[in-house]
Ligand binder design. Structure first.
Ligand code: G1P
Length: 298
């Protein structure tokens, strides 16, 4: 049986320029879907999958992220005095045990592969690890990374979350070259980062959840910069295949939102708003009104 995955790397160093001016003073990962920052969704998903240690690869200007996971003694005592137990409970999910969280700085924006490489000293040579990209928010009955760790326990290797995308969108993703399609698990014979649209080996795209062999960290030392002039995680995983080790794509059950784009973020806000029992009725009524007003105006 494969070794349990207990560490996850969260690359959160990006500047978030697509969300300027908001991201001038707040990290993109603190932007909220309903009332929880993006990063909280990622952490909850990691915890559900059995992750115990959280490694954040950050950069300048991301201090708000560190504060977010810290205890807030004044706020907590004021809530306690007022008997606001429910809110205290909500705050608990933001607290990290001392020592469970580590921050590493990525000093230059050299790509996702480089960000993961920055955390290499925190991963033991025989230790598989997860990577979660908080921009990819996945609504699922069983959290996506948990689905993957369960599959990984059975099959081992390295594993990436995968999803079919329209062929004309494939060039925005890492794309899998399929060796054998076994349904939810796909054995992979190659991976290409952001292929030209006529060169994509399939339309099965990599989504931001990975369970990786520690060898991928060594591979990151061997590869050169790839698509966009950046050090690509996809290329380091592809080297696993070239060196004869197993790599799988995992078709997760769930809906993925690209919260790195404005349209995706808005869609996620609507979906998560509608899924919230405390907002559902009022929000759905409002959306219905909006739609009928739009129709009437056409
Ligand atoms: C990153 C990865 C890419 C993956 C994508 C999923 O790209 O490099 O392989 O398909 O995340 O969201 P980015 O979106 O950061 O350009």
């Amino acid at each position: 049986m494969a070794r349990k995955v207990t560490k996850a790397i969260f690359p959160v160093a990006g500047l978030g320029t697509r969300f300027l001016p908001a991201t001038k003073s707040i990290p993109k990962e603190i932007m909220t879907l309903v009332d929880r920052p993006l990063i909280q969704y990622a952490i909850d998903e990691a915890r559900a999958a059995g992750i115990k240690e959280f490694i954040f690869v950050t950069s300048r200007g991301k201090g708000a992220l560190e504060d977010y996971f810290d205890h807030a003694p004044e706020l907590e005592s004021s809530l306690r005095k007022k008997g606001k137990d429910q809110l205290l409970e909500v705050l608990k999910s933001t607290n990290m045990e001392s020592g469970a969280i580590a921050y590493i700085r990525q000093h230059k924006a050299l790509g996702l592969g480089h960000a993961v490489w920055c955390a290499r000293r925190l991963i033991a040579p025989n230790e598989p690890f997860a990577v979660i990209l908080p921009d990819d928010v996945i609504a699922a009955e069983k959290p996506c990374l948990q689905q993957m760790t369960e599959a990984y326990d059975e099959i081992g290797g390295s594993m990436v979350a995968a999803m079919e995308v329209p062929p004309e969108r494939a060039s925005s993703y890492g794309v899998l070259d399929i060796r054998e399609d076994m349904g939810s698990i796909v054995s992979v014979k190659g991976m290409v980062e952001k292929p030209k649209s006529n060169e994509a080996p399939s339309n099965l795209a990599v989504i931001g959840r990975y369970i990786l062999s520690p060898k991928v960290l060594q591979n990151l030392n061997k590869i050169k910069s790839g698509a966009g002039g950046e050090l690509q995680l996809t290329d380091a995983i592809a080297l696993e295949i070239a060196e004869g080790r197993d790599v799988y794509g995992y078709r997760f059950r769930g809906q993925r939102f690209d919260c790195g784009s404005k349209a995706g973020f808005l869609q996620a806000t609507v979906a998560f708003g509608l899924a919230r029992p405390d907002l559902q009725t009022e929000f759905a009524d409002y959306l219905r009104q909006m739609v009928s007003l739009q129709k009437a105006a056409q």
